[in-house]
Design a protein around this ligand. Structure first.
Ligand SMILES: O=C(O)CCC(=O)C(=O)O
Ligand SMILES: [Fe+2]
Length: 296
């Protein structure tokens, strides 16, 4: 019988309140050749590793330039977040102002204390709290329905953002056996220290052999990846801003989780002259989780 406690024990081990740091002695860090498990990495190029314990897991260290990282963040916050076609976790609960009056623009333009109306029974809440704490995800391209666990009719979805699509499609073409892979849907996750994502497998896409791409910006995190059941002991991997993980082969259907966001690890190149921007990005990890949905 599946012993779900094996994975759960590792989630518990790394999960700890807000700014606290867990025991890092068994965490694999691709930036640190002395770290635990580093000998299980097979470098196929400088900065490109296969992780031999989880077949099909490819780690591209520091693969997104600082300029592209900033561009992707700006595109999300100033662009996609103000477009009602992109669903967020807030959409069902709050009457979100959109277009040039979006919650991000209000926050950025000094109106962070403004109250945003809730859809009853949700109470009004400040722009600041929505941006800093409550916003947990936004979907791009094909809009995944979290309740029904399906991707609705693709003809109704907004187009997938072009720069992001081109960047990840080139990576998939270069490093996997799927040259025609297409970025069709993304879930962009926002985490603050203390936030977690529990163990799961992503299995709503039509063809579960097609790679899944995960691109991280902002704070470091501990990412757990195991095998096809929760009874397999997962590996703890430290992910940094600019890292991309490709889950292909067996790893595509492996259980994974994010039990810890590591506070105070934002790279300085993400900071700007703007205090509002800095106050936000210094407490965030943003993960772009990108899939091909349809069987081509
Ligand atoms: O934040 C991450 O690195 C993982 C996110 C994830 O697994 C998901 O969105 O399905
Ligand atoms: Fe996932």
């Amino acid at each position: 019988m599946e012993n779900v406690n094996v994975f759960r024990a590792q989630e518990k081990r790394y999960k700890c309140p807000g700014d606290q740091v867990p025991d890092m002695s068994e965490v694999l860090d691709t930036k640190d050749p002395n770290s635990y498990g580093f000998d299980c990495l097979q470098a196929i190029q400088p900065d490109v590793f296969m992780y031999t314990k989880v077949p099909g897991l490819i780690i591209l260290r520091n693969c997104v330039s600082p300029e592209l990282q900033k561009h992707l963040l700006e595109e999300i916050m100033f662009g996609q977040l103000q477009d009602a076609k992109n669903k967020t976790n807030l959409s069902p609960f709050h009457k979100l102002p959109l277009v040039t009056d979006s919650i991000w623009r209000r926050y950025y333009n000094g109106k962070e204390s403004d109250l945003v109306e809730g859809i009853p029974p949700t109470k009004p809440i400040t722009v600041d709290r929505l941006i800093q704490k409550k916003l947990r995800w936004i979907t791009l391209g094909e809009q995944y329905d979290w309740t029904e666990k399906v991707y609705p009719d693709p003809s109704l979805s907004p187009p997938f953002p072009k720069t992001l699509a081109k960047f990840v499609e080139d990576l998939v073409q270069k490093y996997t056996d799927f040259p025609n892979w297409k970025a069709e849907a993304a879930i962009v996750n926002f985490y603050s220290p203390g936030d977690t994502l529990s163990a799961h497998v992503d299995e709503s896409e039509e063809d579960l052999t097609l790679p899944l791409i995960s691109l991280s910006i902002g704070l470091d995190c501990i990412y757990l990846i195991g095998g096809s059941s929760r009874s397999e002991v997962p590996t703890a991997l430290r992910l940094h801003s600019g890292d991309v993980v490709i889950m292909t082969g067996l790893s595509r259907q492996a259980f994974h989780a994010v039990p810890k966001i590591l506070a105070s690890t934002t790279p300085s190149y993400l900071l700007t002259e703007n205090d509002k921007w800095n106050r936000w990005i210094q407490t965030k990890r943003i993960n772009f989780n990108i899939r091909q949905v349809r069987n081509s």
